[in-house]
Unconditional design. Structure first.
Length: 253
């Protein structure tokens, strides 16, 4: 996979450390405020084995309010500049806005983690121009407009039909990206675990990668401390570390 002029091997999985430059991400332990705290959190992630650091400035939790593009930029750009200067790990920008992606890539990020799955039509030009990597995630609803581990009406309730719909939405996003001039070597897909899907559908994408495998692209999985884990164990968010570890292990296997 290409990361802005660098080619990385995915013969082994890459581990991504998530840095939320937000006051309202759903787990308080993931929120980072201030330069010292950001440096400390990133350093701990790199020492623990993170291959890539992902910076986000807008919460996508259920009930979250949208932030303005300027506020998102004010949050993420200083963080990216600090991380680029302090660490060798490549950086990813978690955003749905082409303007934020453009500025973040110029500041040193090499990947766009697009939670909207290509909702902003200008994103392809930004990614292509920077030769950046681009993760297309399935989120079949607007930011904040979902309930915890609940399916939205855009995804069929039937397990098989729901999974197929997710894969078809990703196929469509890939086709549009390629048609806009982005090469497949720049792309990865994320089924959007925890975003508008039932618990059973979330678990399906951890048990079986078969439907996603037909897309023939790297798969990005983000199960960390999400509420579908509580639906299994009734654990509060602070106690979902072992559930997260099990979900990550299942995805790798």
């Amino acid at each position: 996979m290409r990361l802005a002029g660098r080619t990385i091997s995915l013969r082994r999985p890459w581990l991504v450390g998530i840095l939320n430059i937000t006051p309202d991400s759903f787990w308080q332990g993931s929120r980072v405020a201030g330069s010292a705290a950001l440096h400390q959190a990133a350093e701990a992630m790199v020492e623990a084995g993170a291959d890539l650091l992902d910076v986000g400035g807008e919460s996508t939790r259920p009930g979250a309010d949208e932030v303005s593009e300027q506020e998102e930029l004010d949050r993420v750009l200083p963080a990216i500049e600090l991380l680029r200067a302090a660490f060798a790990a490549p950086l990813s920008i978690d955003t749905r806005r082409a303007g934020v992606a453009r500025a973040a890539l110029a500041a040193g990020a090499v990947m766009v983690n697009d939670v909207s799955g290509f909702a902003d039509p200008a994103m392809a030009d930004v990614v292509r121009g920077a030769d950046a990597a681009w993760v297309l995630m399935d989120m079949p609803h607007a930011v904040g407009q979902m309930a915890w581990s609940r399916r939205t009406e855009q995804t069929p309730a039937d397990l098989t039909a729901g999974v197929e719909t997710v894969v078809e939405r990703l196929e469509d996003a890939i086709a549009r990206a390629v048609a806009a001039g982005v090469e497949r070597g720049q792309l990865a897909v994320d089924p959007g675990i925890g975003f508008g899907k039932s618990v059973a559908q979330n678990l399906f994408f951890l048990r079986r990668m078969g439907p996603l495998a037909r897309l023939k692209l790297p798969v990005y999985i983000g199960p960390s401390r999400k509420s579908f884990l509580a639906s299994i164990s009734d654990a509060p968010v602070e106690s979902r570390l072992m559930g997260t570890a099990a979900a990550v292990t299942a995805a790798i296997l």
